[in-house]
Design a protein around this ligand. Structure first.
Ligand code: ZN
Length: 392
C-alpha cells in the first residue's frame, strides 16, 4: 500500500541546504521535491528518551524543518547507556532542552519547539494540532492510548515503537488508512503484568534499531514514498537477529476507530490503564510508609522483617541494608509466605512501590495484617535517606 505525501513541499532550498542534503537529493525517489517536503514537515516526538534520542538525531539530520519535543523529565546518569542525544554535561538538565542543544549542533536549519510538560488529556489535542505526524518514544501504556486516541480524533499518523530487553516492535497507526493501536491492542495489559524497561532493562542499541525504523517510516509518510508500515507490525529480535512483519487488520469493533466508536473524546488514561491493580491499591491504602519512616524503624531497632521483592540483578545494583531478597514471583506462587516470620512486622519494598504493592495484597490476604510497603521503593530510599547509593 502506498500513500499520498503527507506534506506539501517548501518553496525552495538554499544553496547551503542543497549542499547539506545532496546525498538525499540524488536519490531519485526523494529528490528535490522530497527534500522540500521534509523541510516543510512538522514532526512531534513524544519523549526524548531511548527511542526519542535516535529518532530526533536522524530526523534533524534528514532536514525535517520543525521538530517538537514533549518531555518533562531531566537527564539522569542512567539514561546515558542508550539516550544518545544527551551527554555528561547534560545530567540534571531538562531532556527537552538538552535535545534541542544537540539538534542545533547537527542541523541549524531545524526549528525546535519545546513542550516541557506531561502529556495528558487536557493538553494533547492543542499540542498535536500543530504537527503533521507524531513519533512515540514513550514507555507506558497510558501515554500510548492517549497518543493513539488523539491521533485518531485528529486524523494524524502515529509512528509507534516499543522496546524491552532484546525485543522491539514498530508500526504506523493511521486510522484514515488502516488500523490504530487499539485495533492491535484493544485493552491495556493488567497493571504489573508487563514490566517496563525501568524494571526489566533494555539493550541500549535496541533503541537505535527501533528508533531508526520509526524515522524511516516518518520520512516515507512525509514524502509519500515506499510502503509504509500501516497495517503491518514489525517484530525485531536482536538475539536471533530477525525482523519479521505480521499483518494487522483494522478492527470494525475498535472502540475509537471502528464503525460504532464508544470513545469519541479523550478519556482518563491513568484510570483506563490502572497504575496499580485494584487489590494492590486497596492493600496499600492505609499501609504505605515512606523511606524516612523505614529509616526510623531501622534506627530504633523495631521488630521488622524487611523484604526486597525485586529481582536478584536489581538487588545487586543497590539494596537497602538488612533487606532479605524474595522476588515477587515467589509471592505470586505463595512460596514466599513460609519465609515470613510471625513475630515481626513485614515491610516490603521494590524499586518504585508498584511491585511491592502487589506483594502486599498477597501478604495481607495470608493474614499478615500489619504488613506495610515502602512508597517509592529503593529509589525513594536513595533520594531521601542515602544519596551516596546508586539509583537505576
Ligand atoms: Zn482502531
Amino acid at each position: 500500500m502506498s500513500l499520498p505525501p503527507l506534506v506539501e513541499p517548501a518553496a525552495g532550498l538554499s544553496v547551503d541546504e542543497v549542499r547539506r542534503y545532496s546525498r538525499h537529493l540524488i536519490i531519485p525517489d526523494v529528490g528535490m521535491a522530497g527534500q522540500k517536503r521534509l523541510k516543510n514537515a512538522k514532526v512531534l516526538i513524544v519523549g526524548a528518551g531511548g527511542l526519542g534520542s535516535p529518532a530526533l538525531l536522524y530526523l534533524a539530520a534528514a532536514g525535517v524543518g520543525t521538530l517538537g519535543i514533549v518531555d518533562f523529565d531531566t537527564v539522569d546518569e542512567s539514561n546515558l547507556q542508550r539516550q544518545i542525544i544527551h551527554g555528561i554535561s547534560d545530567v540534571g538538565k531538562p531532556k527537552a532542552q538538552s535535545a534541542k542543544e544537540s539538534i542545533a549542533e547537527i542541523n541549524p536549519y531545524v526549528t525546535v519547539v519545546l513542550h516541557p510538560e506531561r502529556l495528558d488529556s487536557s493538553n494533547v489535542m492543542e499540542i498535536f494540532a500543530g504537527y503533521d505526524l507524531i513519533v512515540d518514544g514513550t514507555d507506558n501504556f497510558a501515554t500510548r492510548y492517549l497518543v493513539n486516541d488523539a491521533c485518531v480524533l485528529l486524523h494524524k499518523p502515529y509512528v509507534w515503537g516499543s522496546i524491552y530487553r532484546f525485543d522491539g516492535q514498530a508500526s504506523v497507526f493511521w486510522a484514515d488508512y488502516g488500523p490504530c493501536y487499539r485495533c492491535l491492542y484493544p485493552e491495556p495489559p493488567p497493571p504489573g503484568m508487563v514490566p517496563s524497561c525501568a524494571e526489566g532493562g533494555v539493550l541500549g542499541v535496541l533503541c537505535a534499531s527501533i528508533g531508526s525504523i520509526q524515522v524511516n517510516e516518518a520520512i516515507k509518510l512525509i514524502t509519500g514514498i515506499g510502503d509504509p508500515l500501516a497495517g503491518r507490525l514489525m517484530i525485531y529480535d536482536a538475539l536471533e537477529m530477525s525482523y519479521r512483519t505480521v499483518r494487522v487488520n483494522k478492527d470494525p469493533e475498535c472502540a475509537v476507530c471502528g464503525k460504532n466508536p464508544t470513545v469519541t473524546e479523550l478519556i482518563d488514561y491513568d484510570a483506563f490503564c490502572g497504575a496499580v491493580s485494584d487489590e494492590a491499591a486497596e492493600a496499600a491504602a492505609d499501609s504505605t510508609i515512606t523511606a524516612t519512616d523505614l529509616k526510623g524503624m531501622l534506627d530504633r531497632g523495631d521488630a521488622i522483617f524487611l523484604v526486597d521483592v525485586r529481582e536478584p540483578n536489581e538487588y545487586e545494583i543497590v539494596s537497602i541494608p538488612g533487606a532479605t531478597l524474595i522476588p515477587k514471583g515467589e509471592f505470586l506462587s505463595g512460596a514466599a509466605l513460609e519465609r515470613l516470620p510471625q513475630d515481626k512486622r513485614v515491610v516490603l519494598h521494590c524499586k518504585t512501590g508498584v511491585r511491592s504493592a502487589d506483594c502486599l495484597a498477597v501478604v495481607k490476604n495470608a493474614g499478615f495484617s500489619d504488613a506495610v510497603h515502602v512508597g517509592g521503593g529503593v529509589l525513594a530510599w536513595v533520594s531521601q535517606v542515602d544519596p551516596s547509593l546508586p539509583s537505576y
